[in-house]
Write a protein that binds this ligand. Structure first.
Ligand code: BGC
Length: 255
């Protein structure tokens, strides 16, 4: 096991890509703080699964768009496990709204859950890692849309574009502390964020045909990359994004 004795926080850890990351990090031996927002039952169920894999987990309710909640999340992590080695800024939402009709409320929601949380999550993780010494890993779950326009999903693209520069800037700034900051850029993944597309056969067919590998990713296919990035094998990767998209960015425009 690669991550034996490490402690990881995963924001938005009770569903979608976050859930798969929790399970994969646990499988590799890490103890996990599962942050959730609305579904305590799902987090509880996941805690049990983590225990079944031989690791420890605690579920912590927090709205990661609020810095006080994020601070409490870190306090609980340190109280329970004594340290934080891996921070996965994963929580994310999208509104599928265009530049013409996005409301202030939609804008604020997407930018604060996707980007503000990752900024302060990075800040708090770095403070803790510097305090405890020995470096650490910060992994930002971004998207192909940090770089690739998706018409009709403008706030989301802004948030991921911001995350792209967060990864690069924090990676450079924190390198002297041996804190590595890496972005993960998934394409289309079988998670609740894409449920509308998955329920609509015509839309799904269109999406699949735009992906060179011909299908959406399973969340586990993103999680395995995250586990590698958290491991000793990824000791020279920082301030960049690794795309895990089945080739979609080289195909046709965002779907
Ligand atoms: C978005 C999805 C979209 C996918 C591929 C993801 O980041 O959340 O809505 O289908 O990118 O374009």
């Amino acid at each position: 096991m690669n991550l034996k004795g490490k402690v990881a926080i995963v924001t938005g850890g009770s569903s979608g890509i976050g859930l798969a990351i929790v399970l994969e990090l646990a499988r590799q031996g890490a103890n996990i703080v599962i942050n959730y927002h609305t579904h305590p039952k799902a987090a509880e169920e996941l805690e049990k699964q983590v225990r079944g894999l031989g690791s420890h987990a605690i579920g912590v309710q927090a709205d990661v768009s609020q810095i006080d909640d994020l601070r409490a999340l870190f306090s609980q992590a340190v109280e329970s496990f004594g340290r934080v080695d891996i921070m996965v800024n994963n929580a994310g939402v999208e509104t599928r709204s265009s530049i013409l009709d996005t409301t202030e409320e939609q804008y604020d929601k997407v930018l604060s859950i996707n980007l503000k949380s990752a900024f302060f999550g990075t800040q708090l993780a770095a403070q803790q890692m510097i305090k405890q010494g020995g470096g650490g890993r910060i992994i930002n779950i971004s998207s192909v849309h940090e770089d690739w326009p998706m018409p009709g999903n403008t706030p989301y693209c802004l948030s991921k574009g911001g995350m792209r520069m967060l990864t690069r800037t924090a990676g450079v700034e924190l390198a002297p502390h041996n804190i590595l900051v890496v972005g993960v850029g998934p394409g289309a993944v079988e998670t609740p964020i894409n449920s509308a597309t998955m329920k609509e056969p015509a839309l799904l067919k269109k999406l699949d045909s735009a992906i060179p590998l011909g299908r959406m990713a399973k969340p586990e296919e993103i999680a395995s990359l995250v586990a590698f990035l958290a491991s000793d094998g990824a000791s020279y990767l920082t301030a960049t994004t690794v795309f895990v998209d089945g080739g979609i960015m080289q195909g046709s425009p965002g779907l």
